[in-house]
Design a protein around this ligand. Sequence first.
Ligand code: ADP
Length: 780
Amino acid sequence: MPKKNQNNKTMPYIPLRGLMVFPRMSLHFDVGRPGSVQALEKAMVEDQRVLLLTQKDENDDHPTLEKLYPVGIVAHIKQVVSLPGDALRVLVEGENRFLIRELTEEEGCPFAAGEMIDDTDQPSPELEALIRTTQRVFEEYARGNGSLSAEMLRSVQQVKSASALADLIAANALTRFEDRIAVLQEVDPEKRLEALDVILMREGELAVIERTVQQRLKQQVDKNQKDYYLREQIRAIQEELGEGEGRLTDRLRKKAEQLPLNEEAREQVHRELDHLAGMQTGSPEMTVTQNYIEWILDMPWGKYTRDNLNIQRARRVLDEDHYGLKKVKDRIIEYLAVLSIRQKEGQDLNMRGPILCFVGPPGVGKTSIVRDIAKAVGRKFVRMSLGGVRDEAEIRGHRRTYIGAVPGRIISGIRQAGSMNPVFLFDEIDKMGNDYRGDPASAMLEVLDGEQNNAFRDHYLEIPFDLSQVMFITTANTRDSIPLPLLDRMEIIEVPSYTEEEKLQIARRHLLKKEIAEYGLPAKSVRIPDKFMKKLIEDYTREAGVRILTRTIGQVVRRAAVDMLEEEQSSVTVTTEKLTAYLGAARYLRDLPEKKPMVGVVNGLAYTSVGGETLSVECTVMPGSGQLSLTGQLGDVMKESAKAALSWVRTHQSELHLDEEFYKKLDIHIHVPEGAVPKDGPSAGVTMATSLVSALSNVPVRQDVAMTGEITLRGRVLPIGGVKEKLLAAYRAGIRVILLPKENQKDLEEVPDYVQKAFQIIFAEDISDVLKTALVHESE
Ligand code: ADP
């Protein structure tokens, strides 16, 4: 405990504004107030000791007792210097704390009554520990402070008295007035040190925080400066290139304002532009956002081509580019006529109504006729192949959160078309798949649905886009594999395969010209007389359409061009020799060398996705236990029809002179070669029954006969589809005798005469009619 000087004292005092002196410390200050001057003078004439008190309020000219901090310092006046005016400059040294109790005045000189405090401390282990702690805390504080002199540090380490230590540190190291006065006011040395420690620790922490903040600010400033510098450079470069950053957002905003965007699009663009404006130039995010905005703005908002629905003109265009296809053209003209009427009557231009779907084998001109529709009407044309599209995202795009996301093919197609009402062709809609990535067919359904496609939402674009004016048209090879809900929305237009005659006409009128132009040769420089064109078609191609024919003619034209150069001629006329020279030996022969009858091998006629085809059905039997195996990628319907054929054979085994127990002792294997082509349908029933009977009875089958027809359990032969296609295929394969269901007789109308004349056509009502013709009987 500090000992208090019991000696009460009255002393002249000077109130100080914002200043204080500590014991053992010096202080310079100026005195101006008359009372203070008096006090100073009084002190000078006595023991040169004056009490220095600190004002609580600096602006107070006559502070009362309450307005002064209660603990003051008795100071020894060392020097007094007169300043100009009445002011005096004083140098003092602090000595003791003094606790005031009362203020008085005597002849204008202020006096304070109170008691002198002796704060010399009594050494104790606690105090010793406290001193050391303070020294350590101070050391720490000084390390963070940096502005304290080494001498100061040394003195702090040397002080042994708690009281002196606190005052030394407070006077020299503390900067805040409140902290200094708090230490000064504490009369108990132990408490004074503790208070000081708290202040030092707090200040130390603050210093650390201050330092990190400072560092951060400095880094920030450095980075800002660097960024600013770089940005200025970029700006300079961009300005040099005429693509300033400011200009980018301005340019986009201006563009957006000029476009007839829908409301959602406009809002979205503005939002993204604001976002863009706040981004750092060159950041990857900026590129992404810029791309996105540009995608929206690049869409053909409000751009429509005017339809030219002049029917005569449309017919002329279709006729000009395509030979034949009468039914198809008629249907297109009807479609356009309806459109024309609706437009004239001012009905909305929405393309509601069924979507046209051209179905037919490859190369019959489905795509090119759709292109012609666009040409005839004066719309832009876009084509998208759906073959192998399994991912919904291909149609509807990826969400923007994916890296590298882009819109789907619909939106890309429209942008590419550059108009809101192009003819949009979906090729191979029957070849669309679906898997875990979502069902593209359902996305397609939405696209094609006139009720909902005025607000089509692409995952990437996010905003609704109006597709209702787009003329969607689709193509497919077979209608069977078109997803049903889609099929419901479409009107099927069959595009049949071509006869040899039609191919000849197409080749001479269109294909040859096109190929000559394709290779940049003068028109008519390559001539292929009809006779040789026919040979080319028959000997070098076998297809429903004219794709391979086009390619083959191209080959002829190329080789002819070489000839012209070598022989320095201006044109070439193709002859048989030249055909052989250009294309090699004939690839297909119609007049097949007579094939010997064979056991278990039967020619069938099928209608597949590539058109009509001949296919052979093979059957073998071997000792076993009555197993039936079927191979060659057969569909379920075809398998069932094989079982029906077998049942008929079993029920007629005695008539057929078969071993009664054959189905117990034998294994039967039916195979339909060309396993790569999936086959299905019931029309191979009679073919399979014939091959079974032949194999089981070991009777050979004529190879110049081909057949088609469904079979019932009772052996009735039912009609089938695709007669024309099948007969054309049989013609190409050099078949002589055709077995057709009786009920298909009426379909022969469609089959060109020259084809019909090439065969003996036999109509069958019952399988026995078929067997009678196809099997080679012993008598023959
Ligand atoms: P698809 O779409 O049915 O597979 P394409 O439209 O690709 O067939 O036709 C293949 C080529 O044959 C095209 O160059 C096309 O112009 C031509 N072509 C097909 N049919 C005819 C025709 N009737 N008249 C003229 N050229 C045709």
